[in-house]
Design a protein around this ligand. Sequence first.
Ligand code: 59J
Length: 627
Amino acid sequence: MSTHRREPTIGHIGRVDARDPAPLRADARVGGSVRIDPRPAPPRARDVPSVNLKARMYALAMLLALASTALVVRAVDLQIVRKDFYQDQGTQRFLRDKLIPVSRGMITDRNGEPLAVSTPVVSIWAAPAELLAQKERLGELARALAVDPEVLEQRLAQRADKEFVYLRRRMAPDAAQAIIDLKLPGVNAQREFRRYYPAGEMTAHVLGFTNIDDRGQEGLELAFDEWLAGKSGVKRVIQNRRGEVVEDVELVSEPQPGRELRLTIDRRVQYLAYRELKAAMLQHGAASGSVVILDIPTGEILAMVNWPSYNPNAPATSDTNARRNRAVTDVFEPGSVIKAFTVAAGLESGQFTPETKIDTTPGTLLVANHIVRDTSNYGVVDLTRLLAKSSNVGATKIAFQLSNDHLYDMFHRFGFGEATGCGFPGESPGVLPAAAGWGQLEKATLSYGYGLSVTPLQLAQAYGALGNDGRLRAPTFVIGSTNTDSAVLDPAISRRVVTMLEAVIAPGGTGIKAGVPNYRVAGKTGTSRKAVPGGYQSRYISVFAGMVPASHPRLAGVVIVNDPRGAAYYGGLVAAPVFGHVMTDALRLLDVPPDNLQLLQADTTIVPPPTPPLDGEEAIFAEGVQP
Ligand code: 59J
């Protein structure tokens, strides 16, 4: 029964609600009541002969008496008998349920730095008919809105049958107040909130954005919409005919302000990752890319950035292609970075140790009429060198010693083929084909990273688990989330693989450019040709996945660069340096103690300080205060 509509909360001026009927008048016709016309009879024509004057006087007196009785009855009826009914009817015309707007909760980074804040704005709206009734004032309004007066009038006329039309939404409060102060007929204000993202494009994909009504549309704004939005309250008020609130009647529902959301993201690390990724994208003319940085012990996502990005403060102006959080929604064939898990399965089978020799000569291997190829002939290699050189032939030879189920199980335990459950909308589970269907060729190519597809986040999760003594932690975006921690690999085997992965960053490895001064780094490069229907083309995806410090891994990182177009396209040349740069600064920011301090290692070769001057030798400046 109550009229529930958007109502202004500030600046009511001259508004007459078109739906408000005129107030009840005492002479209103009401069903059932007697109505007697009190007017005297019209004068008669003179030529009518007069009858009995006394009888006529009597009749008139009777008529008057009847009429006044009727009026008294009517008055009693209205003012006493049915008083409540009419009063109720009258009040109803002026009772309104008004929304009490609540602000959307702030999103902050892990240190409380604001990433999404709601600022108060004002929307100006009008009842077109009322405004058009005083056309002479349209000029003032047009000036205040900085629009053409004719266009304004035309648009109002088109909507003359509506009771509510926004003139301009989400204005700065000062600018809106200037319009309110004009006290134009039928023009009103409505308080709202507008979302603002201070970190702009660098947090755009993770946060997503809200629509004009402040509801989450994408990203974490969507995933946590209810939490953030809260609930507007409703209060019942009495308004006068000018639309001004004269009395608060009751609170229909209590407003519940939106709650704050504290993310695991560290704004500073996020910034580093975005800066380095963007620089690499531009340097290599690449199409897209992602960086994910995880805190290994907790699984918390410290940074997640993608390129291309967009301005979340004006999302409508961006290309939808720039809005995807590729780190979670897009999959790619991981290529060689998967070899760490093939090697882990080899070690777990008991058939291999890090020192086991594998002959990769002559750098090719014929499998089911296809050639598995290394970039060079690495000859006889142990498992550590196999990783350092990234031998596809070597990985295939390990896989051929394992059951399909074992290799599948190892990949699956590390989270491939299943969504991480991080809660991000539209997360892809990737693809890991069931072991029962693998032929020899499929098994071979899976062992070095083709035939399955993964998200950058899945890859970061898997490397995080390797660095976490074989305990897989589902990545999380929100501080205080409970995430599972399951043992997926024997800690000793896990540590052994990490140590082997350090050889990738050592001289002679493919990932030397992922190095971080004063820290030991473990990781793996990958360069995958991009699959197209019918084969693989000369387009590449460059990857680096790793962790640091290798002695006690704290941060896991994944860098993906899609389609670098320069002469350099290897993972070791394109993705590895991004990892190195981001980690160098992130480790310092997070105060992670170095495990390879160059100065300490150089102890034996420390240059002795110069011998002190002999006693009594003059200093070149006099002691004490200079003259
Ligand atoms: C490669 C592949 C395509 C898919 C090959 C990269 C296969 C394969 C069929 C030729 C560039 C290239 C299923 S290369 O990642 O071996 O880390 O910096 O794309 O092998 O069988 O011109 N990595 N990359 N292979 N395909 N199919 C090496 C390697 C890897 C490097 C470089 C050299 C490939 C040092 C990749 C790196 O480890």
